[in-house]
Design a binder for this molecule. Structure first.
Ligand SMILES: Cc1cc2nc3c(=O)[nH]c(=O)nc-3n(C[C@H](O)[C@H](O)[C@H](O)COP(=O)(O)OP(=O)(O)OC[C@H]3O[C@@H](n4cnc5c(N)ncnc54)[C@H](O)[C@@H]3O)c2cc1C
Length: 297
């Protein structure tokens, strides 16, 4: 198998166009274990980490641009990004171990298309966009429109993600990501829940987004929970409605990590907690108080 290390997007596009059996990689923390487990080797591996545009976290006038091959440790290590988007950084910071996070990327986590990918629910609630390159130029799509099922994406052959765009969050906005795993670390989520909440000065929710991972073939956006939140102050009744909507939105599998009934229940519990933490962070950001980290649950 051949290895290629292009240094520009154009060179990578050309290498992929030359031979349809070639595959891109960033950290290879999915690609290498999958080949070792018996998946067919591609004709060639195209390493994206030598292309400057694909590696790095950049603040812009309107938000952030995160290179698709940036090691996730660069997200958690960025104090300004972590303060503005603690939930996104929690998702990135739960991928494997420190060693894995020095390699793993958001592009790989999204395009590997595991339903349990930890960074994707928080990318979805933050309305992140993927900029995709191919021989025809670039196109930009919502992150949630990339995976279509386990191991499947809407990327055409020869296409790859260059970077992610993330708009600045209003000051009174907070996000959070929580997951449940059977062990304390290094396991796949039984359920993941990401929430983003915007409050007005009186504590009323003006915008809400809730997304669940590991409970369906792709990340599930819980529209009924979002509409139960908007226009209300968050209280026990609203949180009960959020939990019920999250449990109802699931379409989980039954496996060694949890039954369908268990996953539905946990989805409701984590949804409620993620909303509560996101709202607390929204209040703290509005008042200038630093956020606490929700971590792994
Ligand atoms: C020990 C261990 C623990 C792990 N724990 C977790 C965990 O807790 N949570 C979790 O979510 N994941 C976990 N993973 C899986 C993996 O680390 C993540 O999915 C990671 O984000 C993949 O990123 P990568 O850059 O290494 O992807 P790669 O392995 O380089 O690529 C993965 C897939 O995405 C494609 N791809 C990569 N970059 C792009 C791009 N820019 N455009 C288009 N396609 C692309 C590749 O072709 C490949 O199909 C773990 C892996 C290991 C080995």
């Amino acid at each position: 198998m051949r290895y290629f290390a292009p240094t520009t997007v154009e060179e990578a596009v050309g290498l992929l166009a030359e031979a349809p059996g070639r595959k891109v990689f960033a950290g290879a923390t999915d690609v290498i274990p999958q080949m070792r487990a018996g998946r067919p080797e591609p004709d060639g591996l195209v390493d994206l980490k030598h292309i400057d545009r694909l590696v790095g976290v950049r603040k812009t006038a309107t938000g952030w641009v995160i290179g698709a091959a940036t090691p996730t440790s660069q997200l958690t290590g960025n104090a300004e990004l972590s303060a503005e988007f603690p939930g996104l950084c929690e998702g990135a910071g739960l991928i494997g171990s420190d060693q894995v996070q020095n390699r793993s990327s958001l592009g790989g986590n999204l395009c590997n298309a595991s339903p349990a990918a930890d960074s994707v629910p928080a990318m979805v609630v933050n309305a992140m966009r993927a900029v995709i390159a191919s021989g025809g130029g670039t196109r930009t799509v919502a992150v949630q429109d990339v995976p279509t099922g386990p191991g499947r994406t809407t990327l055409a052959p020869g296409e790859f993600v260059i970077e992610f765009e993330l708009d600045s969050a209003p000051a009174n906005t907070g996000d959070a990501y929580l997951r449940l795993i059977p062990r304390t670390e290094m396991d796949i989520a039984v359920v993941g829940a990401a929430a983003r909440i915007t409050l007005d000065a009186s504590g009323t929710v003006t915008a809400a987004a809730l997304a669940l991972g590991a409970v369906a073939p792709t990340v599930v956006r819980v529209a009924d929970a979002e509409s139960a939140l908007v226009g209300k102050a968050i209280d026990d009744d609203v949180l009960a409605a959020v939990a019920a909507a999250a449990s109802a939105a699931c379409n989980p599998i039954d496996d060694k990590r949890g039954t369908i009934t268990y996953r539905r229940h946990v989805a409701g519990v984590l949804a409620k907690r993620a909303v509560t933490i996101a709202a607390e962070r929204a209040r703290n950001r509005a008042s200038g108080t630093p956020s606490t980290n929700g971590g792994s649950h």
